[in-house]
Design a protein around this ligand. Structure first.
Ligand code: GDP
Length: 139
């Protein structure tokens, strides 16, 4: 069964949207295999987003992601990576489809409420970055 890493980003946690986002995940039929609140340091955020180092928004993104608590989850299901990204919507909320989480909850292209892995390799890296094996529950 495919796994993906999801994050309710600090903007959404601060705006008390965690519950609505968790409800959407479960309504979509994805299983929550792991979940915890995290508060990344700047260095940890830089490591998580290492692939984006050098992009113009890297400093701003890692400052934002370390600005407050977030909720990290491992989601599981058939096609979980694509299904979670579909539910999140496009990176830029202005381009996100109606009904998607980013369309509903994002503030702007950076403070866009949720994160999701984009491929099996990134999912494996991101899950291992934030969770150890004992924290991930079988179904
Ligand atoms: P995602 O896979 O849809 O999250 O998008 P990316 O991997 O391209 O970017 C990672 C994260 O960086 C996004 O979710 C946003 O929080 C942020 N981001 C992406 N593009 C921009 C941008 O043009 N400006 C700013 N400020 N942040 C961005």
């Amino acid at each position: 069964m495919e796994q993906t890493l999801a994050i309710v980003k600090p903007d959404a946690v601060a705006r008390r949207l965690t519950g609505q986002i968790l409800a959407a995940i479960e309504e979509r039929g994805l299983r929550i295999a792991a979940m915890k609140m995290i508060h990344l340091s700047r260095t940890q955020a830089e490591g998580f987003y290492a692939v984006h180092r050098g992009r113009p928004f890297f400093d701003s993104l890692t400052a934002f992601m370390s600005s407050g608590p977030a909720v990290a989850l491992v989601l599981e299901g058939e096609g979980a990576i694509a299904r979670w990204r579909e539910l999140m919507g496009a990176t830029d909320p202005a381009k996100a489809a109606a009904g998607t989480l980013r369309r509903r909850f994002a503030t702007d292209i950076e403070k866009n409420a949720v994160h999701g892995s984009d491929a099996p390799e990134t999912a494996a890296f991101e899950i291992a970055y934030l969770f150890n094996r004992l924290e991930i529950q079988g179904g």
